[in-house]
Design a protein around this ligand. Structure first.
Ligand SMILES: *Cc1c(COP(=O)(O)O)cnc(C)c1O
Length: 423
């Protein structure tokens, strides 16, 4: 395989764009390779500028559940473009998408459309604070909620209570209202709630963590969070930016049958366009301006083209409930291939899989929280990544990202991938 054009473009881009990319993980830093510059993609395949074709399991980090350039979505978007790219005024499409979201997730009685997952979570937290009149939020170590200042926090290992910024440029004062608990560890939550419960506006989490690799909630963990937030009058926010419309049409809340007060959505909800959403109980969302005193706005919010892509994608998913069973079956087949690989190579591998999300960790496991995910041998992951890429399979260029299966992946392609996995 030749990567000459990608290498040249990366060098040129580095001179004009920090690190040569517009989002850090794209730089392939964690796997020691040159990032692929993409020319085009169709269905389950993605083609780089050197003409190399890969089976794509990154799927743009989640949005691509139908595969790339789904003809119905593309056609709808093209028609929408011809009608104007943005008006800065309400459209029927925004109402339509809000209805679709509500139909999928009954807990989202009212919803606001925004342009990125970061914006959705930032705004949801603001609404939760406005509604409860409280300042503190609790998040979980290893859960990612976008890059807004107050959420760019990982607890220092000794410090469950004092959150430290995870990024330069974030004043410590901006993170002082963020408390950090441990995923799948109810005691860490209890401890914080006993101390600060009456000041806690919300507990926010990824109901299935997918930004430290895929980590499933242990049995009863989500129910416990539902219960303890009720007990203290705090809100429960599910960040379903990845899980929404992926674990099932109704997201993680349907899959686990636990109803949050608020939900954030992104990725699939925009069908590949910049679109995200936050919503929840009507009385909470009615705090948002102009209905209420919590300010939030956006020039391109509910953009007609992005809204069209979202509607087209959700309508296809809604019409094909069987997709979710198929996706789960395919992902399970891939998980099995990793088990076969481990038997063959003697590598210590651990696989977490749920629905169409999976991660292989290069560790004995089990991987159930951030610290056990960190036990993974990232060098071994890098080698595996290179091995896959050189055989035409594009997986996440980081141990701590998920492998995504799309409806466009055929059984033959899954079997092909299994062969590559098994080596
Ligand atoms: C991707 C992601 C975000 C951030 O969304 P952006 O659109 O990248 O800003 C937030 N939460 C979760 C769970 C995500 O996976």
């Amino acid at each position: 395989m030749n990567f000459e054009k990608s290498e040249q473009l990366f060098e040129k881009s580095k001179r004009r764009i920090p690190g040569g990319v517009n989002s850090p993980v794209r730089a392939f830093g964690a796997v020691g390779r040159t990032p692929l510059f993409i020319d085009h993609a169709k269905g389950s395949h993605i083609t780089d500028v050197d003409g190399n074709i890969y089976l794509d399991y990154v799927c743009s980090w989640g949005p691509g559940i139908l595969g790339h350039a789904h003809p119905e979505v593309v056609e709808a978007v093209q028609r929408a473009c011809a009608d104007g790219l943005t008006y800065g005024a309400p459209t029927e499409k925004e109402w339509r998408l809000a209805e679709l979201i509500h139909e999928a997730m009954g807990s989202v009685e009212k919803v606001r459309l925004v342009s990125s997952g970061t914006e959705a979570v930032m705004s949801a937290v603001r609404a939760a604070r406005g509604y409860t009149g409280r300042d503190l939020i609790i998040k979980f170590k290893g859960n990612y909620h976008g890059h807004s200042d107050g959420l760019l926090v990982k607890a220092g290992s000794a410090a469950l209570t004092t959150a430290v910024p995870d990024s330069s440029g974030v004043p410590v004062s901006y993170t002082q209202n963020t408390l950090v608990a441990l995923y799948n560890d109810p005691d860490s939550v209890k401890e914080l709630m006993e101390k600060y419960g009456k000041q806690v506006a919300a507990i926010i989490l990824e109901p299935v963590a997918a930004n430290m690799g895929v980590v499933l909630p242990q049995k009863g963990f989500l129910e416990f969070l539902r219960e303890i937030t009720r007990q203290y009058g705090a809100l429960l926010i599910f960040d379903e930016v990845i899980t929404g419309f992926r674990l099932g049409y109704g997201g993680a809340q349907e899959y686990f049958n636990v109803v949050p007060d608020m939900t954030t959505l992104g990725k699939i909800v925009g069908g590949g366009m910049p679109m995200a959403a936050y919503g929840g109980r009507a009385e909470i969302m009615d705090m948002v301006s102009p209905a209420g005193p919590v300010y939030q706005a956006g020039t391109l919010s509910g953009n007609p083209v992005a809204t069209t892509a979202g509607i087209a994608t959700l309508e296809i998913l809604k019409a094909h409930p069987e997709y979710y069973r198929e996706l789960e079956r395919k992902a399970r087949r891939l998980a099995l291939a990793f088990a076969e690989r481990a038997k063959k190579t003697g590598e210590k591998l651990w696989v977490n899989q749920i629905g169409s999300l999976l991660s292989v960790f290069f560790t004995e496991g089990p991987v159930q929280d951030y610290d056990s995910a960190l036990a993974s041998d990232t060098k071994a992951y890098g080698a595996y990544f290179g091995e896959m890429l050189d055989q035409g399979v594009y997986v996440a260029p980081s141990q701590f990202e998920a492998m995504f299966v799309s409806a466009a992946h055929t059984d033959e392609e899954i079997e092909e991938t299994c062969k590559v996995i098994c080596g």
